[in-house]
Design a protein around this ligand. Structure first.
Ligand code: AMP
Length: 437
């Protein structure tokens, strides 16, 4: 009996899970699916890369597939609310892949594209609706979508919703939901506002927390290059010309920075594409496709735009700017060394960024070797990492959430997220009679 078989999902789902190359459930799947099949509410403290999408998509398909209701114009049985278009599209892909044998209708609704096709599909009603908050509210206000008969509500990446300023839209949407429903809330972190929201919208939820466990990232060869801010672009160009960089993701801190780096590379005959939040949906997808197909070998991205992007065979991650949050470093370098291959992470660090480097080394519990052997090396001494306080040494470091195990992939899936340690407990929360206002 496979590990998934123990979860009592219907046979047609078992088959597609197998076809997707998933051999055993990730901790959040193993812990959440049985409770969700029983109809409990759930608070999942987990980030992208832990397998959380399948943790909610599979039980939803199981429940709705086993008891599909007649579709009514503008209605959905399930709403999955997610902050970004990329995440929405990815969840849609997952529903399509796992839901194939069940013949359930779903729609993915987000802004930045015309609404005609979205309203057309909603005009007949769908079983599952995946949406970003702004466009969903637009379509509700225009009378194309009604949520009064919703059975299941998923709020994905609640903390990110907060960061992106969507929380008021989210609250407006929640106020439109029927009080009697199953609710799942996922968040990587639990800021107070999310905590408050969970108390308002979840009823006696199961709480599952998965934290990336310390595992070795020995396959990612990391190094840091000290360089002045002004020389970073020249250094990047030099690296890309000289090194055997097959396919690289270059991270900048800002959207403007991403554009400037891309233009600089293009001017120097190095083909590159950019992906960030100011680009239209079409432009983002085009860049991503070109990168996936290998038409450009360099994709320049901001952290936010790169969230949830799953591209195989990235040989190098280059941190053109050090990330503000040390956790982002772990996310970024997790884009390489996937599927059992080796990978490289090269970080450019100027004098102002040495505190960020120190923070990163503290959380990964490793010193990142400094490579001085390049034309633009500059000693960023006074505040620098060469005077860095010793960091606790440890063989194992926090493994990037998207780190892969080398399983075969299908539809961008099948890659095993990291081992994570789940904590499950019942949390008694009260839901006010009028849900979520
Ligand atoms: P997520 O956290 O949902 O974004 O998932 C991260 C990656 O893990 C995606 O590429 C999924 O296809 C993959 N994945 C999720 N669950 C499993 C599993 N049980 N076995 C193998 N890969 C999985």
């Amino acid at each position: 009996m496979s590990e998934f078989a123990k979860l009592h999902l219907i046979p047609s789902l078992q088959t597609v899970i197998q076809q997707a190359g998933y051999q055993s459930p990730t901790p959040i799947q193993a812990q959440a699916i049985p409770h969700l099949l029983e109809g409990h509410d759930l608070l999942g403290i987990a980030q992208t890369g832990t397998g959380k999408t399948a943790a909610f998509v599979l039980p939803i398909l199981n429940r709705i597939g086993g008891d599909p209701r007649r579709l009514r114009p503008g209605e959905a049985s399930v709403l999955i609310l997610t902050p970004t278009r990329e995440l929405a599209a990815q969840i849609g892909t997952s529903i399509e892949m796992f839901g194939k044998p069940l013949q359930l209708k779903h729609a993915v609704v987000f802004g930045g594209v015309g609404q005609f096709l979205q309203t057309k599909i909603m005009s007949k009603g769908v079983h599952i609706l995946v949406a970003t908050p702004g466009r969903l509210l637009d379509l509700i206000n225009q009378g194309h979508i009604r949520l009064s008969n919703l059975r299941i509500f998923v709020l994905d990446e609640a903390d990110r919703m907060l960061d992106m300023g969507f929380i008021h839209d989210v609250r407006r949407i929640i106020a439109l939901l029927p009080a009697s429903r199953q609710t799942m809330l996922f968040s990587a972190t639990m800021p107070t506002e999310v905590e408050v929201l969970t108390r308002e919208i979840l009823k006696d939820p199961v709480r599952i927390e998965v934290t990336p466990q310390s595992t070795t990232v020995e396959k990612v060869v990391q190094k840091v290059l000290f360089v002045t801010k002004e020389n970073k672009r020249a250094l990047l160009k030099k690296l890309l010309e000289a090194d055997d960089i097959r396919r690289a993701l270059v991270f900048t801190r800002t959207k403007h920075g991403a554009d400037r780096v891309t233009e600089h590379l293009e001017r120097n005959a190095i083909r590159a594409a950019a992906i960030h939040g100011d680009k239209s949906q079409n432009a983002r997808e085009k860049s991503l496709d070109m990168f996936r197909r290998g038409e450009v070998r360099i994709l320049v991205a901001t952290d936010l735009a790169a969230r949830g992007i799953d591209v195989a065979d990235v040989s190098h991650v280059i941190n053109f700017d050090m990330p503000n949050e040390p956790e982002s470093y772990v996310h970024r370098i997790g884009r390489t060394a996937r599927a059992g291959r080796g990978g490289n992470a090269i970080s450019f660090c100027d004098a102002t960024e040495s505190p960020a480097l120190r923070d990163i080394e503290r959380i990964i519990r490793q010193k990142i070797p400094v490579d001085r052997d390049h034309d633009f090396h500059c000693d960023i001494t006074a505040t620098t990492a060469s005077e860095r306080a010793p960091v606790p040494q440890k063989q194992n470091v926090s493994r990037p959430p998207e780190h892969m195990s080398g399983k075969p992939r299908r539809h961008g899936a099948g890659t095993r997220p990291p081992e994570v340690r789940p904590r499950v407990q019942r949390q008694r929360n009260r839901r006010p009679p009028a849900a979520g206002s």
